[in-house]
Design a protein around this ligand. Structure first.
Ligand code: FES
Length: 80
């Protein structure tokens, strides 16, 4: 089974984080032996709920708030 990491590229998240997908793909390959698809997305809808802090991402259906590269890697590690 492939795992899926969705990176929000909506305006709010983009302004909070900038373009981070290239660096993320490298970090993921450095940290994990499993296949994780990294997919950009339009707004995930989280910024409108005012729950959590942008930028947002989603890993296998779980929303990640304050999705810095470090937080994303740590969240994925905790998922296994
Ligand atoms: S712009 Fe990222 S959740 Fe809306």
């Amino acid at each position: 089974m492939n795992h899926k990491l969705t990176i929000c590229c909506g305006t709010t998240c983009y302004l909070a984080a900038g373009d981070r997908i290239d660096r993320l793909e490298q970090l993921i390959s450095d940290n994990f032996d499993i296949k994780i698809d990294v997919v950009p997305s339009a707004c995930l809808g989280q910024c409108m709920k005012h729950q959590g802090q942008p930028p947002f991402a989603r890993f296998d259906g779980k929303i990640i708030s304050n999705a810095t590269n470090e937080n994303i890697i740590n969240t994925i590690k905790k998922s296994f």
